[in-house]
Design a protein around this ligand. Sequence first.
Ligand SMILES: [Zn+2]
Length: 136
Amino acid sequence: MSEKNQKVTHTESEWRERLTPEEYRICRQKGTERAFTGEYYSNQQSGVYLCRCCGETLFNAEHKYDSGSGWPSFWQPSSNDMLQEHHDQSHGMVRIEITCSRCDAHLGHVFPDGPQPTGLRYCVNSASLAFVGDDS
Ligand SMILES: [Zn+2]
């Protein structure tokens, strides 16, 4: 296994120190930010979106689109290896949760109502992401 793919692990108290309370609630406790309140839902700059917890590249801005949901939405991840999918039956819904494969951060959910060519909508909390623009 390459170094890049090694797991990033921290204790719960270490994560609490590294993240803001809101980031901790979303990334480590599978919370959801309120729609239209996140930092990136309307961001249209080109660049990449990293995992807020471990810095792994998760999404490219070129795959982002405006889904109208109020959360950053992508029709594909930057690489399928970077995400793990889990069946989630919480809140009386059957959904597919996505987490960072490197540090297990909760990211959001994937829904089958996205645009072509994938038909998927990766609906991600801004608090789970860190955007790096091409000009920065
Ligand atoms: Zn991560």
